[in-house]
Design a protein around this ligand. Sequence first.
Ligand code: ATP
Ligand code: TZP
Ligand code: MG
Ligand code: MG
Length: 265
Amino acid sequence: MSFLTKVRASNPLVHNITNIVVANFSANGLLALGASPFMADAHEEVADIAAMSGAVVLNIGTLNDYAIESMLLAGKAANRHNVPVVLDPVGAGATAYRTEVTHKLVSHMQITALRGNVAEVAHVLGKNWSIKGVDAGAGDGDVAALAVQAALKLKCVVIITGKEDVVTDGTATFVIRNGHPVLTRVTGTGCLLSAVVGAFLAASGGAWLEAAAEALSFYGVAAEIAEERTRLQGPGSFQAEFLNQLALVTPEVYAARSRIQRLEQ
Ligand code: ATP
Ligand code: TZP
Ligand code: MG
Ligand code: MG
């Protein structure tokens, strides 16, 4: 059974502490997929919610000290209850605050999957990569090698997205060649992807790497079909159709279009 089928069958509760830009899009994307979103950051309840969830997704996109404490409380509770934690270090490297907060989060909890653009992951490792606000700039490093290094350092699955996506646990590495450039014209497509990874991890039974690879490929397939159906329109129509496709893409359609390649190391 595909992880997509497992997500839809189990309707996992996904606890999100996320940014103000993407909260609605992320909740709608999770619902379309077949997961159950819960957006909450009050200190009084985040540990309880994390403990009852299938996954916790932490996103520092519009961070502040209150939300960071919420993330620490939720992440530690998730660790105590064996709930997988996804971290999206939005804009790590863009400011010292974001870089420091990211380091604090990864040192106070065990992350299950780190998902970012190449610049963000490079800065988590203390390496330089050009970054413009929350977007990765151009660079010519070895992205797969960077992901492996991060995975070994953080002892987690690392996902670096862009034109091609790379996912690794430090031992096995996959490249995913699905998706479409129009995804870069809609804000929050990276953030929603991190939440979707959370839903797949929740339904994975601990097969983190394989579930993450399928999440990336499925997401890209949904984007490809949405783009085909809205080609003569703009990013607004694409965004709506993309939500439709997160709900409509079947395991069979996914399997026919999925482009996942295992890299030799
Ligand atoms: P950034 O802020 O640098 O755009 P992000 O957090 O938005 O980063 P992305 O790297 O844009 O994350 O990834 C979000 C989704 O968009 C992923 O599914 C990725 O595969 C896809 N994507 C990004 N750029 C392209 C591209 N040029 N072609 C195809 N798919 C892309
Ligand atoms: N500003 C702060 S968070 C955010 C913006 C525009 C959303 C970023 O979303 P994504 O998924 O990284 O494009
Ligand atoms: Mg993007
Ligand atoms: Mg992002």
